[in-house]
Design a protein around this ligand. Structure first.
Ligand SMILES: Cc1cc2nc3c(=O)[nH]c(=O)nc-3n(C[C@H](O)[C@H](O)[C@H](O)COP(=O)(O)OP(=O)(O)OC[C@H]3O[C@@H](n4cnc5c(N)ncnc54)[C@H](O)[C@@H]3O)c2cc1C
Length: 177
């Protein structure tokens, strides 16, 4: 991004066909670039936030894509995180304030920092920051799965999201409640 010129899709980051996600990224950045251009006309303050969000999206997408490619070359067995379902967990993710894309606009808000330095707030339609309130102290892992299920996810997707949160250190296991 330079002044009022915005790159989208492969012009930002040429995704490897091996790791995929190039089409999703192209569509996502095309939509966001249109919103960014709209903010130039509509709202100067939001425009700065939108630009910061867009640059961070490009940076974090690069980090995730490179990491995914590196993982695809390694044959390390993944730990069986599902074993945590029977134990206790608590929220462990650090957070930071940054520009977020909410609805059709850009706002300053809190996001959870992942171990690779990228951040997340919503995944599979779930506001992951809710975990901070739900699991501020050790709670049965099953109650977190139940919370995900209550947002409309199937049990298998709720468990997959739980595994994702464990793998990315948003939740840590504890011995008991
Ligand atoms: C072999 C292969 C397999 C892939 N498989 C997948 C997959 O399974 N899933 C996935 O998500 N991604 C896949 N990708 C990646 C995906 O295709 C790209 O990330 C995606 O198409 C990028 O979209 P884009 O709009 O940024 O660019 P493009 O789709 O490349 O579109 C750019 C367009 O601009 C045109 N153009 C260029 N210069 C000019 C010019 N000067 N004037 C006018 N027009 C111009 C080009 O002709 C092209 O039509 C694959 C890529 C390759 C190469």
């Amino acid at each position: 991004m330079r002044e009022r010129r915005v790159s989208v899709g492969d012009a930002i980051l040429a995704h490897s066909p091996v790791a995929g996600n190039g089409i999703h990224f192209a569509l996502l950045t095309a939509k966001l670039a249109a919103e960014l251009a709209h903010s130039w006309i509509a709202n100067a303050k939001e425009s700065a936030r939108a630009a910061a969000f867009y640059c961070e999206l490009a940076r974090s997408s690069r980090v995730r894509h490179v990491n995914a490619l590196q993982r695809s070359h390694q044959e390390q067995p993944q730990p069986d995180l599902r074993s945590a379902i029977g134990g206790y967990v608590r929220f462990a993710g650090p957070t930071r304030c940054e520009p977020l894309h909410v609805g059709e606009g850009f706002k300053e808000g809190e996001a959870i920092v992942l171990p690779d330095g990228t951040s997340v707030r919503w995944l599979a339609g779930v506001d992951l920051l809710e975990l901070r309130a739900i699991a501020s102290r050790p709670v049965p892992a099953s109650s977190v799965v139940n919370y995900f299920s209550a947002t409309g996810l199937s049990t298998s997707r709720a468990r997959a999201l739980m595994d994702w949160c464990m793998k990315h250190e948003l939740l840590s296991t504890t011995l008991d409640g």
